[in-house]
Design a protein around this ligand. Structure first.
Ligand SMILES: [Zn+2]
Length: 446
């Protein structure tokens, strides 16, 4: 999907609402290599973790590391390219020209704001396109992470742009209304409105936006559906259907989610998960997703990110006044109520969220870890979990340093997740396979 920086925040929030996870299955189905570690002692957690990490071939690991570490730099390049494009719009008064054009077309200010926004989205999408196409198409292909040819990929970009135009207008037009009406204190209500906007988007996205990119069908396979629905009932989730989404249209990444509420509540698995994973692996993944739902992560995420957004708006207000006092005239911007100020606002807001990256990452990473814990307890599939963690290692570096994980990871690393799974396994001998149980009993008898 579209990766432009201005949409990074909504997408980030959506990521907090979507997710992936874990589940439950009879213990006999989990016979995994970690049991090799049991030869010398009852269950050595560290040896089991190392055994799993060693399953990833060195070449694959190098590729995954290179892909993920490149992503650290892309965060910086995305930010710098946004700043550069916005600077062009201000410095050469293109932003002022777009405002003047909108004013020529209509005398209604609300409509002028909307018309400016459409021009702004088209111009910035074109100017950032070289980076977008490198990042989202060529680079993904280079690492074998994209299944799309250029045509369908471009189609998704255009749909993303259309969604951005519509959703952005719903955000931007009222924001400028607030600025014009409230004066100095606009940012308090602006932040409140933005938080509500995100709540609204995360609510409608699974049902109204996601289907613009992928096809959702009801999963009929009872062998998969029944255990998932059983698990949902056991965890108090009132779902009656399981949906399958054709994520393989874009990539081979495995994923699932539990989204919406009341009539929009749905459990969705992607076809990659169905194709590439065993039932215990699917179950542990669903346990994780159900954890997000039961633990109310969508709402908690909105509250926590809401705090960040409030601070961001205070900074935005200060930053805009600071820059306008210096360069407002040179850029032909008539104050904060002038829609032509938007590129400046984007620079200030992007700077804030760029600096806040470790904070927002930590907010989601902690919720992801909670969902992992929930999934282990609900799914009781520590080996299934470890195997899924290895699959996710295709695009997320498995074994980072602790500072690296703190700064750059919006999900726990493979090592952290596998360690949690093996620790859980060590404390739940009843979930071990019969062979493993025999080995442990023999050891205890010595
Ligand atoms: Zn998750």
């Amino acid at each position: 999907m579209i990766r432009a920086t201005r949409l990074a925040l909504p997408i980030f929030l959506l990521a907090a609402v979507f997710g992936f996870g874990q589940t439950n299955t009879p213990p006999s189905q989990s016979t995994q290599p970690a049991s090799r570690a049991a030869a010398s002692q009852p269950f050595d957690v560290n040896a089991a973790v190392e055994a799993y990490l060693a399953k990833m071939p060195p070449a694959e690991r190098a590729k995954s590391n290179a892909y993920f570490e490149g992503g650290y730099w892309l965060t910086l390049w995305d930010f710098l390219s946004t700043v550069f494009v916005m600077w062009l719009l201000l410095r050469f008064r293109w932003s002022a020209a777009m405002r003047d054009l909108a004013a020529k077309i209509t005398r209604f200010r609300t409509l002028q704001t909307a018309l400016y926004w459409i021009q702004f989205m088209i111009v910035t999408s074109v100017l950032t396109f070289p980076l977008t196409v490198y990042e989202g198409y060529f680079r993904e292909h280079k690492y074998d992470l994209l299944n799309q040819t250029f045509g369908p990929w471009m189609r998704d970009q255009l749909v993303g742009l259309a969604v951005g135009v519509v959703l952005g207008a719903i955000l931007i037009v009222p924001l400028f209304g607030l600025v014009r009406r409230l004066g100095k204190n606009w940012w308090v209500w602006g932040a409140t409105f933005m938080v509500l906007f995100f709540a609204f988007v995360s609510l409608i996205a699974p049902v109204y936006i996601a289907p613009l990119f992928n096809k959702y069908t009801k999963l009929e396979d009872r062998q998969v559906k029944d255990p998932i629905l059983s698990m949902a009932r056991a965890n108090g989730i009132p779902a009656t259907d399981v949906y399958e989404v054709d994520a393989s249209r874009q990539s081979n990444r495995v994923s699932a989610n539990v989204s919406g509420f009341a009539s929009t509540l749905r459990i969705t698995l992607n076809d990659n998960l169905l194709k590439r994973c065993t039932l215990p692996e699917i179950q542990t993944t669903m346990g994780h997703e159900m954890g997000h739902y039961v633990l109310n992560h969508a709402y908690k995420g909105i509250v926590m990110i809401g705090v960040v957004i409030f601070i961001g708006f205070a900074f935005l207000n200060w930053g805009i006044y600071y820059a306008l006092a210096r360069w407002g005239e040179a850029w032909a911007i008539h104050g904060i109520t002038d829609v032509a100020v938007l590129p400046l606002a984007v620079v200030v807001f992007s700077l804030f969220f760029f600096v806040m990256t470790p904070v927002t990452n930590t907010i989601t990473r902690n919720m992801e870890f909670e969902a992992d814990m929930y999934g282990l307890n609900a799914g009781r599939q520590p080996d299934g979990e470890a195997n899924v963690d290895l699959l996710l290692g295709e695009y997320r570096k498995m074994d980072p340093g602790p500072v690296e994980e703190f700064l750059f990871y919006d999900h726990p690393s493979g090592r952290t997740r596998i360690t949690a799974a093996m620790r859980w396994k060590a404390e739940h001998p009843e979930t071990a396979s019969p062979e493993e149980m025999a080995r442990r009993l023999a050891f205890n008898a010595q």
